[in-house]
Ligand binder design. Structure first.
Ligand code: AMP
Ligand code: ZN
Length: 277
């Protein structure tokens, strides 16, 4: 399993992801990827300051498991874990939201991104690390390339940062590892994780894309890495000047002060919308 660790070490170096002075917020979902992420980072950078955050989304019958696994792993790794309840910040759980809205995936994603950034700022983190892997990223890139939405695709990078003082840089140290490699890693290392899939179906759409990409990889080995490298090293440099000329002028939300495209950020709008019923 040294292969997996060496690959993460190379990714961290290649994209200058962490520095000694960083205080890294690791987003621990209780799933396999972020479990591997915490374990590998602890091994590669034992001296780096870490904070772990788990967002309890309140998905009935599932969140208890995810939370429990995140707690088990953090205690095994000797790292403190902060658990934040979505309900405390948004006013409702994901299960409650699902009763009122057919599609909960985009508000869930918005709330998770907001909470990670909000707590990162509150706890003095300098960066946020997530467990997005190669298959996750390619599944999203696939849709964006097929739709011709290259300007949106270019935003998907191993390390990103929005131009706002409260927008913490985000890193994806597992971006060059596949689902298969990470599953093997957590199983061999016997790391705690929950295999449960979200019942709201976001993963089922992504899994369809993953199957297409797996099929291509089986006929054309190293397709996945070629796709990722072409995206990062060839397409992105060509298009990023276009992106910067259209760069969003990030403002501060007039309610909470967090980064926002308009006067009021997406999270504050969502809260207001939910309050109105
Ligand atoms: P996903 O979008 O579910 O594939 O998750 C991608 C990454 O986001 C995970 O590997 C975690 O690092 C982070 N993440 C997702 N859900 C949570 C959560 N409930 N709490 C903390 N981090 C999360
Ligand atoms: Zn706001």
């Amino acid at each position: 399993m040294k292969f997996v660790e060496r690959k993460v070490e190379r990714t961290l170096r290649e994209y200058d992801m962490i520095e000694r002075s960083d205080k890294l917020l690791v987003a621990l979902s209780g799933g396999k990827d972020s479990s591997a992420l915490l374990h590998i980072i602890k091994g590669l950078a034992p001296d780096i300051k870490l904070i772990c955050l788990h967002i309890d989304l309140g998905v009935e019958g599932f969140s208890e498991q995810w939370r429990h696994k995140a707690e088990e792993l953090a205690s095994q790794e000797g790292v403190e874990l902060e658990v934040v309840k979505l309900k405390d910040l948004l006013g409702c759980t994901m299960s409650e939201l699902a009763l009122r809205h057919r599609k909960v995936c985009s508000p869930c994603g918005l709330a998770r991104r907001y909470i990670l950034n909000y707590y990162g700022n509150l706890r003095g983190a300098t960066k946020i690390a997530t467990g997005h892997n190669l298959d996750d990223v390619l599944a999203v890139l696939w849709d964006l390339y097929v739709a011709g939405d290259l300007l949106e695709a270019v935003k998907l990078q191993p390390a990103t940062r929005l131009m706002h003082p409260k927008a913490l840089p985000r890193i994806k140290p597992l971006i060059e590892l596949t689902d298969f490699e990470l599953k093997a890693y957590v199983d061999i290392k016997a790391l705690p994780y929950s295999p449960a899939r979200c019942p709201f179906g976001r993963e089922s759409k992504l899994n369809k894309r993953k199957k297409i990409i797996d099929a291509i990889e089986s006929m054309r080995p190293s397709f996945k890495h070629t796709f990722l490298k072409a995206h990062i090293k060839r397409v992105s440099p060509l298009l990023s000047p276009l992106l910067s000329s259209r760069a969003t002028d990030w403002k501060s939300c007039t309610r909470c002060g967090m980064p926002s495209k308009g006067e009021v950020c997406g999270m504050c709008q969502l809260k207001e919308h939910l309050k109105k019923g």
